[in-house]
Design a protein around this ligand. Structure first.
Ligand code: AMP
Ligand code: ZN
Length: 110
């Protein structure tokens, strides 16, 4: 846990969020400023700054994020209408919260 990291605080329940799913390794919550009818964030509990800081041994973390997305796609119904998964990496890539997270956006009419 990194002091003053918003997503560490949400993952450890020191701050509220609209939590939709939790496992030993990750949390999923609604983005506070949604860009689409469905906008979720998939966040590993362990503090990792960005994709740039991933180690080879972190493979299972990424796997967990993708399978959580698959599950949440069914729960929110976007599995039928389609969705995008993406990571913003560092400032130039649009990253504003420097704790690794994957976005899921979707839910538009198709
Ligand atoms: P990024 O630009 O990839 O770092 O994305 C950060 C995302 O976190 C943005 O889409 C914000 O709207 C979202 N966000 C910021 N603060 C919160 C919060 N307290 N709860 C939920 N989402 C948040
Ligand atoms: Zn953090």
């Amino acid at each position: 846990m990194k002091k003053d990291c918003l997503f560490c605080k949400i993952a450890s329940k020191q701050m509220d969020a609209q939590l939709l799913m939790e496992t030993d390794d990750l949390v999923v919550f609604k983005d506070i400023n949604p860009l689409a009818p469905v906008h979720l964030l998939f966040v590993p509990k362990r503090h990792i700054r960005s994709i740039n800081d991933l180690e080879q041994t972190d493979g299972p973390i990424l796997e967990g994020l993708i399978f959580a997305a698959k599950e949440m796609a069914v729960k929110t119904g976007v599995n039928k209408t389609g969705y995008r998964l993406f990571f913003n990496v560092e400032k130039g890539g649009g990253q504003e919260i420097f704790h690794l997270h994957m976005h899921m956006i979707g839910g538009w009419e198709s």
